[in-house]
Design a protein around this ligand. Structure first.
Ligand code: GLN
Length: 480
């Protein structure tokens, strides 16, 4: 898709301004039903499109992403633009700088159409935790698009953006990609700079592309990856063009099938689609190898200890003084000394939604003096063991396969009162973030619900910094 558009821009068949307008027309038409966008950057986008058109007209070289309209999850800073993370606490927050990924995209001439809806501060699996609106799944408007990058995934599959960026702390790029029928890539931890991404859980967060094809995801990754002095955890890994590694040949590649992932908890429906996908990989020349991830059963529990712990620390900066909303009650302030504390408490009480508050409380508890060893420290130890399971597995196999999610997109409201069910949505995705490996979700089939077809995604995980192999396997699957 990106390549085709690039060719058309290059040979003058289309220009970026018209293309950008066309996307805004689509948004105008569809987004009143889908509710994927929180903010549109019409003027900025059309100005950027004009700039790139001028370059193209005089025959200057331009990047594959140049002139192509895309969308950003609303937790990435765009200078001068509103960035809310779908929270009331940042309702009026205008970012004073560009996130590194945004800077990189701008330099390539990418056209940023606007900011997409998400679960508040990326906490959730359905985009229902947004303080603003509930995004709909384009395949069935009564269902969720997944989350937390639900707006980005819904925008891409309904042609309201060519591709989008999301962030993935425990599955937030992959699970919505699976629910909406898109490709979603979580890069290796450290591959993409997190500077300018509003932090959820800093040792988990990664920015990744949501796109219509694996090749598009690869093209985007090549342009956002690399070391950044503003993110000490970013790795020296830039300069590669992942799209050049898509050979379409996976002969001899070893794909691990963890026993633990295909046990009793998984429905026959998803199991069958997954096994059919594995058969297809086999036909394409891959070798399937049964493997074990012995500590897998602890993945979700340790995720829900360590992530809220990091969340509670990261959310401390939203105090009503430094960013966004500030509830400064004049009446209370007359009382005097309590004023500052009142401002903190009132702002956070009014500004944060229930899921964010829940995680702050859980995390504060897990980190508190009497419980630190029993919860946080223990969870970190098990996290290490899980990583060792993966190190061992990757001695035997090149990639690991699983479903992306245990089910297709669920109905709006279906899980909002049963949090455990909501958290279980991430059972297959959190592990890649716990151990830091790259993982991709790509369409492997569909199921029918109330005569509507709903997409199902499959997940491949790769070795640390092994995105080439990962992307090539998913691409080869997609081609055939
Ligand atoms: N749904 C998971 C959670 O609520 C993952 C979120 C994410 O990846 N940002 O924590």
């Amino acid at each position: 898709m990106i390549r085709e558009l690039h060719e058309k821009l290059k040979n003058g068949e289309i220009n970026s301004v018209d293309l950008t307008k066309k996307y805004f027309d689509e948004i105008e038409l569809k987004d009143k039903n889908i509710l994927a966008y929180l903010t549109l950057h019409k003027e900025l986008a059309l100005n950027a499109a004009q700039e790139i058109d001028k370059k193209i007209q005089v025959g200057e070289d331009f990047d594959l992403l140049g002139g192509i309209p895309m969308a950003l999850k609303d937790n990435m800073c765009v200078m001068g633009g509103r960035t809310t993370a779908a929270s009331k606490i940042l309702d009026n927050y205008i970012a004073p700088y560009d996130a590194t990924v945004v800077k990189k995209l701008r330099e390539k001439g990418a056209i940023i159409l606007g900011k997409t809806n998400m679960d508040e501060f990326a906490m959730g699996s359905s985009t229902e935790n947004s303080a603003y609106q509930k995004t709909r799944n384009p395949h069935d408007l009564n269902r969720v698009p997944g989350g937390s990058s639900g707006g980005s995934a819904a925008a891409v599959v309904s042609d309201m953006a060519v591709y989008a960026l999301g962030s993935d702390t425990g599955g937030s790029v992959r699970q919505p990609a699976s629910f909406c029928g898109a490709v979603g890539l979580k890069p290796t931890y450290g591959r993409v700079s997190r500077h300018g991404l509003l932090a959820m859980a800093s040792s988990f967060d990664q920015i990744g592309p949501i796109a219509k094809s694996v090749e598009d995801a690869a093209i985007v990754l090549s342009r956002i990856a690399g070391r950044d002095l503003k993110d000490a955890t970013s790795a020296k890994s830039g300069g590669k063009f992942y799209e050049d590694y898509l050979t379409g040949n996976i002969k001899g590649m070893k794909i691990g099938v963890p026993k633990e992932y295909f046990g009793d908890g998984l429905s026959d429906e998803i199991k069958n689609i997954s096994f059919a996908a594995l058969e297809k990989f086999k036909k394409l020349g891959a070798e399937l190898v049964e493997i074990n991830i012995p500590h897998n059963e602890y993945a979700l529990p340790i995720y829900y200890i360590t992530v809220p712990s990091e969340v509670s620390s990261n959310m401390a900066r939203f105090d009503g003084i430094r960013y966004g909303l500030s509830i400064d009650d004049q009446e209370k302030s007359k009382i005097g000394a309590g004023k500052l504390l009142e401002t903190y408490l009132d702002t956070r009480e009014i500004g944060f939604g229930p899921e964010v508050k829940r995680r702050i409380m859980l995390g504060t508890y897990a980190l508190s003096a009497g419980y630190y060893d029993a919860y946080y420290k223990k969870a970190q130890k098990v996290r290490r063991l899980l990583r060792q399971d993966f190190e061992k597995a990757f001695e035997k196999v090149d990639l690991i396969f699983s479903p992306t999610a245990p089910e297709p997109a669920f109905k709006i409201g279906e899980k909002t009162t049963d949090l455990l069910q909501m958290y279980l949505s991430d059972i297959y995705t959190v592990t890649a973030n716990l151990v830091g490996v790259p993982a991709i979700s790509f369409p492997i089939g569909e199921v029918e619900r109330e005569s509507k077809k709903l997409p199902i995604g499959g997940q491949l995980m790769g070795r640390w910094f092994g995105e080439e192999e990962l992307l090539n396997a998913a691409h080869t699957f997609e081609l055939n």
